[in-house]
Design a protein around this ligand. Structure first.
Ligand code: PMP
Length: 387
């Protein structure tokens, strides 16, 4: 068996994307800042890519800044906005279940004179507007809430959160990396001012990302140099990866409706079967307001890590949570924010479907999961005591 079920951590580059990128390594190698004909080809490609990606999120071409990826986009959006606008206030609000990159950016801002307040979530990981309202005041300049959580898959009511912020005159940033390609994103409808997306989360290459900056929002650059990207992100643009991101977006626009339906079918079949078959097993995250590709379980009396390794022995790749913090022994901050105990958080397993999965992959999981759980529970003194 060889089944990959960890698409949230990494996705392969679609071969159609690779094909679109190839000419830009050698034949069309120009620098978009060069004024000669070779440079013109690169400039044209760059601007066409900008327009295509703008279309994907219903933005204007001028509102798209190219970066090296999601982490850089969020750094530029949050730090760039906070530093530029510190005369307006010094308070930043983020949700407890933000990706580790946002938490660490917030920590950096705290060390630099800003105060950060965190919005608690409910037992499913949802952010209530009232909880945001409790935390903002006239010093609040920025709110950041992710479109969907990369571990438990819970989605947020982003357009309502955006509207709340807009009515209060507070700039709203959303990290949409977990949601892009799975939920249609529309920065107008969703009242978003700053948005982070990346290429590698939609089957494009690593090394390209976008920060959407709504017209009229002023930010400071973090990378200073030749003045590319309207002076807001210097450095020669990574044209091959940007072309790859454009092609990934085009494919996504065509395939997303069918693909998400397919994932939802697999997800629902898996959740139903797991909860029916395995005693003392629970679904983490919201039962319905969740990404179509995400199933996240916790099992009494079992370590997620042992589950993952048992699956690995059977040729199935799954996850215990975010790959970005998988090397720490700390339990996931997202699961703790749901109110789970440390041992509950450690007993979790994340399965995420993607473009190359088939329905038989769900059957593959169900063939081995009951046996693995039974074996691990027999070895677990914790489970015997409780049973
Ligand atoms: N935000 C979310 C929700 C993520 O899942 C990730 C990791 N894929 C990131 C940000 C950071 O992305 P990258 O490491 O590609 O910069």
């Amino acid at each position: 068996m060889n089944i990959y079920l960890d698409y949230q951590s990494s996705k392969p580059v679609d071969p159609r994307v690779v094909e679109a990128m190839l000419p830009y390594f050698h034949d069309k190698f120009g620098n978009p800042s060069s004024l000669h004909a070779v440079g013109d080809v690169a400039t044209k490609t760059l601007e066409e890519s900008r327009a295509a990606i703008a279309g994907f999120i219903n933005a204007d071409q001028e509102e798209i800044l190219f970066t090296s990826g999601a982490t850089e986009s969020s750094n530029l959006g949050l730090i760039g906005y906070a530093f530029r606008n510190k005369n307006k206030g010094n308070r930043i609000v983020i949700s407890e279940t933000e990706h580790i990159s946002i938490h660490n950016i917030a920590k950096y801002l705290e060390k630099n004179g800003f105060s950060v307040s965190k919005i608690p979530v409910d037992q499913y990981g949802r952010v209530a507007i009232q909880r945001i309202a409790d935390r903002v005041n006239d010093k609040t300049i920025l709110v950041s809430v992710g479109y969907a959580n990369n571990e438990i898959g819970t989605t947020q009511s982003i357009s309502e959160i955006g509207k709340f912020c807009r009515d209060k005159g507070i700039v709203f940033h959303s990290d949409a990396v977990a949601a892009e390609g799975l939920i249609p994103i529309d920065v107008q409808r969703d009242n978003i001012d700053l948005l982070t997306i990346s290429s590698n989360d939609i089957y494009g290459p690593k090394g390209a990302g976008v920060l959407y900056v709504k017209e009229g929002i002023r930010i400071n650059p973090l990378v200073i140099g030749g003045g590319q990207e309207r002076g807001l992100r210097s450095g020669t643009e990574n044209v091959p990866s940007i072309v790859g991101m454009k092609r990934a977006v085009e494919i996504m626009q065509e395939e997303m409706p069918g693909e998400t339906k397919r994932f939802q079918k697999y997800r629902d079949k898996l959740i139903e079967n797991v909860l029916k078959t395995i005693p003392r097993c629970y679904l983490n995250g919201h039962p319905t307001e969740r990404l179509p590709s995400n199933a996240h379980f916790r099992f009494d009396g079992i370590e997620g890590e042992s589950l993952l390794l048992s699956f690995k022995d059977k040729g199935i790749s799954v996850s215990t949570g975010s790959a970005c913090s998988s090397k720490t022994l700390e339990p996931s901050h997202t699961l703790i924010a749901l109110g789970l105990l440390h041992e509950e958080a450690h007993g979790s397993l994340e399965i995420t479907f993607g473009r190359y999965n088939k329905e038989k992959d769900v059957d593959g999981v169900m063939e081995v999961l009951p046996g693995i759980v039974e074996r691990l529970r027999k070895l677990s003194p914790l489970y015997k005591e409780e049973a």
